[in-house]
Design a protein around this ligand. Structure first.
Ligand code: SF4
Length: 141
């Protein structure tokens, strides 16, 4: 067996995903939507607000990092029922890379769990292993 083959991920044939816009990944239990200064600036511009206006309303500092604030209960502050993501064109990398996060594709069992909570996972557009690896590499943990 070649060393290249030995390193192939279990999803070497790729995985499918197509968002149904159900909102399950944007709502529910509290968590963090990590944002960089560049992403904060892009979100502010998208909303037509200054950096200060946006940051004071929607950003919280967590240790040395920044996260978007949430609604009570944990829903994303920019998720609106019946509308969906209201900052979609400027959404941060964390949102763009779902569901291909390291912890979601580490094992087939991890991916099976994702398909249980995200109805778009395992269906629709096919992503190659290279695309999935690129997505994983973009995620800041
Ligand atoms: S849980 Fe999956 S299908 Fe639902 S909004 Fe999130 S990515 Fe889309």
């Amino acid at each position: 067996m070649s060393s290249r083959r030995a390193k192939e991920p279990w999803y070497k044939d790729g995985l499918s995903f197509e968002c149904t816009k159900c909102g399950a990944c944007c709502t529910g239990a509290p968590g963090y939507v990590w944002v960089t200064p560049e992403e904060i600036a892009a979100l502010a511009e998208h909303r037509g607000e200054t950096l200060d206006e946006f940051s004071m309303q929607f950003v919280r500092k967590v240790g040395r990092r920044y996260s978007l604030i949430e609604r009570p209960g944990g829903d994303c502050i920019f998720w609106e029922r019946g509308v969906g993501c209201t900052v979609y064109p400027a959404r941060p990398v964390q949102c763009r890379t779902w569901p291909f996060w390291p912890e979601n594709v580490e094992t087939p069992e991890d991916w099976r769990h994702v398909t249980e909570i995200c109805p778009g996972s395992g269906k629709g557009r096919h992503y190659s292993a290279d695309e999935i690896i690129t997505s994983i590499g973009m995620v800041r943990t």
